[in-house]
Design a protein around this ligand. Structure first.
Ligand code: HEC
Ligand code: HEC
Ligand code: HEC
Ligand code: HEC
Ligand code: HEC
Ligand code: HEC
Ligand code: HEC
Length: 331
């Protein structure tokens, strides 16, 4: 059975490559890390030259005396983070251009930093269509780009991270880093009239019990994007306003949990099915109430879940009642 699945998978991969053309083949992406040891060493040395200044160490012991250290402090990078990213093994100058090789850097060097689409044409094109339909692209046009969310020195795709908790932490940091920062939010909202005051995330989601737990266990995009029509992407970039957001608990808290094809798809691919759970991967990392297929566990937790919701509803009703009483007393 397994080998049939495997050969079907291999066939699907081959078919995919044939259809999308050679340009989509990973090894041919511009600047791809080489395997030849001599070339690897050459790249390491080339990057070490940049790290000579652009690291904590460079800041402590600058190789030259004429550096603007205050500016450099804002431009410090972590080699370990880069080595764990999607772009590990690449030469800095592939994206940054030759203008950064010498110091002082060339005057127009910044304009020649490569855009994502220059190297990821096929994928970027599909993502761009979804991104163009998002609230951010519509409201902010050129100001909001791929780089506003993606740090090319740090970003790791979900498939590489695997662990749902790590995926959630990385992805939500992109959104929260702006939606929870008055300073950063204002940089963007200033261009819409009348300027939008940053709404508080917890207040916006007060209807969601255990809000903080949800922030750690699910991604913002799970509720704020439709399912992607492009299956291979596993997510959509089409972030929409509140009327299109997911409010239905059962979408996740059920046996047909939407998370199985989204957040958990990478864990599910590697997950073990030996426990007899249809959604074993979910059980491995977290127990999502209602999403497994073991009747005993489900019934037990179902009762607990029902109790929690009942307590929450009771709590809400109590607050309303108290408020009414208070209002009556004060009038
Ligand atoms: C100069 C070329 C270049 C540029 C510019 C570039 N990349 Fe990459 N990228 C690569 C190479 C090479 C790889 C590693 C080979 C591979 O896995 O495709 C890679 C890998 C990736 C991967 C993991 C593989 C995948 O496709 O899932 C992601 C995600 C990614 N890049 C996103 C981005 C984003 C987002 C940007 C813009 C901020 C960007 N890249 C800019 C060359 C580039
Ligand atoms: C001798 C120290 C030194 C080296 C080596 C160095 N840089 Fe810089 N870099 C700086 C300083 C200082 C700045 C702050 C702005 C300025 O003074 O130009 C800077 C600024 C930058 C910026 C922001 C520039 C902008 O245009 O706003 C980038 C990007 C950059 N460097 C990339 C690189 C890359 C890539 C390398 C390696 C190829 C590199 N640097 C090597 C010192 C260095
Ligand atoms: C895949 C492309 C890519 C690679 C590889 C890459 N960079 Fe960058 N880098 C960018 C982009 C794009 C920006 C501009 C980010 C922005 O303006 O938001 C940038 C910005 C910078 C900056 C200035 C802004 C900041 O936040 O510090 C520095 C310094 C820098 N890179 C250093 C490096 C060094 C050192 C390496 C190699 C270890 C490297 N980069 C490799 C794409 C890349
Ligand atoms: C509002 C923030 C945001 C913007 C803007 C954005 N992205 Fe993303 N992107 C994300 C999130 C969140 C993910 C999910 C990361 C993951 O789990 O892999 C992602 C995933 C990706 C992936 C990996 C998909 C995969 O194969 O798993 C690529 C490639 C990518 N984005 C490219 C782009 C490009 C190109 C643009 C610009 C057209 C862009 N992104 C704009 C937030 C953003
Ligand atoms: C750099 C800042 C920034 C980042 C990063 C960012 N946003 Fe936003 N976002 C904004 C601003 C500013 C608005 C207000 C737009 C408006 O109302 O005109 C907004 C609007 C929204 C809205 C719709 C609100 C409305 O009024 O219609 C949603 C939903 C949203 N963002 C979710 C996300 C998610 C999910 C992510 C991460 C994948 C994210 N945002 C990343 C700045 C950001
Ligand atoms: C469980 C689903 C869910 C998750 C997870 C979630 N949201 Fe929401 N979000 C919603 C719903 C539903 C609304 C609309 C609430 C309403 O009707 O008042 C909303 C409202 C918003 C709004 C206001 C939209 C508007 O049009 O005014 C923003 C901004 C927002 N969310 C951002 C985020 C960010 C950032 C995250 C991640 C930290 C996140 N959301 C996680 C479901 C979710
Ligand atoms: C986008 C998917 C999603 C949606 C929508 C969603 N949840 Fe959750 N919920 C989760 C995940 C994932 C967890 C974390 C499971 C864990 O780690 O224990 C969770 C945890 C919980 C918990 C805590 C359970 C515990 O273990 O303590 C409660 C209670 C809960 N959700 C209630 C709700 C209610 C009520 C709604 C609808 C208003 C809702 N959720 C909507 C995904 C979702």
């Amino acid at each position: 059975m397994k080998s049939v699945t495997q050969s079907l998978f291999a066939f699907a991969v081959l078919a995919g490559v044939a259809v999308s053309g050679a340009s989509a083949f990973a090894a041919e992406v511009k600047g791809a890390a080489p395997s030849d040891p001599a070339l690897v060493e050459k790249i390491r040395q080339s990057n070490a030259a940049c790290y000579g200044c652009h690291t904590e160490q460079g800041l402590k012991a600058p190789p030259r005396a004429d550096l603007d250290l205050e500016k450099l402090r804002q431009l410090v990078h972590d080699p370990a983070q880069f080595d764990a990213s999607n772009h590990a093994g690449m030469e800095c100058t592939v994206c940054h251009g030759q203008g950064y090789k010498a110091f002082p850097h060339a005057a127009g060097a910044k304009q020649s930093i490569s855009e994502c689409g220059e190297c990821h044409a096929t994928k970027a094109l599909r993502i761009e269509t979804q991104f163009e339909a998002s609230v951010h692209a519509k409201n902010f046009k050129e100001q909001f780009t791929c780089r506003t969310c993606h740090d090319p020195h740090a970003f790791r795709v979900a498939a590489k991270l695997g662990d749902p908790h790590k995926i959630v932490a990385q992805d939500n940091a992109m959104c929260v880093g702006c939606h929870n920062s008055d300073l950063r939010f204002a940089l963007f909202s200033a261009s819409v009239t009348p300027q939008k005051v940053r709404p508080d995330l917890d207040t916006l989601h007060a209807w969601l019990p255990n809000t903080r737990l949800h922030w750690q266990a699910v991604r913002c995009i799970e509720c704020h994007t439709p399912t992607s029509p492009v299956k291979s992407l596993g997510m959509s970039h089409e972030i929409l306003g509140k009327d299109k957001a997911e409010k239905n608990c059962v979408t996740c808290h059920s046996q047909e949990t939407a998370l199985a094809t989204r957040l958990y798809r990478f864990a599910a691919e590697n997950g073990t099915a030996d426990l007899g759970f249809a959604n074993a991967a979910i059980l491995d990392s977290a127990y999502v109430v209602g999403a497994t297929r073991n009747p005993i566990v489900d019934r037990t937790v179902g009762v607990l879940f029902g109790l929690t919701v009942a307590v929450l509803l009771g709590h809400g009703a109590l607050r309303i009642a108290l408020a009414l009483i208070r209002r009556r007393r004060s009038s």
